[in-house]
Design a protein around this ligand. Structure first.
Ligand SMILES: C[S@@+](CC[C@H](N)C(=O)[O-])C[C@H]1O[C@@H](n2cnc3c(N)ncnc32)[C@H](O)[C@@H]1O
Length: 280
């Protein structure tokens, strides 16, 4: 038997198999994992009124994340390969998630945490792994179902998934609220009452992100706000960090809170700034 010939046949077969597997993985990664029929849908919470501009923007955000960009978002928040630009966004988002979680107590046992605008729940899962009881809520039922479907078994009991508005008081009260990149599409005049509503229901801290205005044009806008042409997201509303901190410090609705740490994360095409509000 010719070892070389056998070797080359085996190589061709292995190469073909690897190619087929890669293609299958590519197709799998592209597919939005729809909820399994055997799982009940996540409970929905209602949408509190808010201003007309909040309501109108919320409608656009829901349509965008629930339908237009659901596939893109599913892929970005998975381990599936993505292009160069989105790799920088994914790494930036990983860094931001780590930053926000680092501001919470390391041991979250017995603490209730709200992942406000959870998307597919990456932060919720990490908080649950540190012992928190998490409520993960998002306007986009498709992402909530995907998060619930992907949820590892070790946190199954610790996360309650909800579809709806994170401002709904029916969600209850919390020790910590985290809103990662879920307020960036609202105007400051709507973000402040939203933060005040969240703060009212929070015993410990509210940590959230915003788009710092001085970086916006150079980064997010340059890539169609993280996604390519044709997938344009509702516009991002930039805020000057100094202005935001000054407004928070002087607004009586936050009198019971200190305007805490702030940290900007810049990684390639991802730029976002974290802000902490800590109950006094
Ligand atoms: C940029 S994504 C970030 C998702 C997640 N926090 C993450 O970092 O992976 C913003 C999410 O906020 C959600 N969102 C925006 N406004 C919301 C609201 N009022 N109530 C609940 N979810 C909201 C959107 O539906 C979207 O899934």
């Amino acid at each position: 038997m010719n070892g070389t010939a056998l070797g080359s046949t085996a190589t061709v077969t292995a190469t073909a198999r690897a190619g087929a597997e890669a293609e299958r993985a590519r197709l799998d990664a592209q597919r939005v994992e729809r909820p399994r029929a055997d799982m009940p849908r996540a409970a929905t919470v209602s949408a509190p009124a808010g201003s007309a501009s909040w309501q109108s923007r919320r409608g656009q955000i829901e349509a965008y994340f629930d339908r237009t960009a659901a596939d893109t978002w599913a892929r970005l928040t998975s381990g599936a390969p993505v292009g160069r630009i989105r790799r920088t966004v994914r790494a930036g988002r990983d860094a931001m998630r780590a930053q926000l979680l680092a501001w919470l107590p390391m041991d979250l046992a017995g603490r209730r945490v709200l992942d406000a605008g959870c998307g597919t729940g990456m932060l919720a899962i990490e908080a649950a792994r540190r012992g928190a009881e998490v409520v993960a809520v998002d306007l986009a039922p498709t992402l909530v179902e995907l998060g619930r479907d992907r949820m590892p078994t070790d946190v199954r009991e610790a996360i309650e998934w909800r579809a709806g508005d994170f401002l709904d008081p029916a969600l209850g009260t919390f020790d910590h609220v985290v809103a990662m990149d879920s307020l960036i599409h609202y105007r400051l005049q709507d973000v402040l009452p939203a933060l005040a509503g969240l703060a009212e229901r929070t015993r410990g801290s509210v940590v959230f992100t915003f788009a710092p205005s001085n970086w916006l044009l150079a980064t997010m806008h340059a890539v169609g706000q993280w996604f390519p042409q044709g997938h344009r997201s509702p516009s991002i509303e930039p805020v000057a960090p100094e202005k935001l901190r000054a407004v928070l410090a002087s607004d009586p609705r936050f009198a019971g809170f200190a305007v805490g740490r702030t940290e900007r994360v810049v990684n390639g095409f991802y730029t976002s700034q974290a802000q902490e509000l800590v109950r006094l």
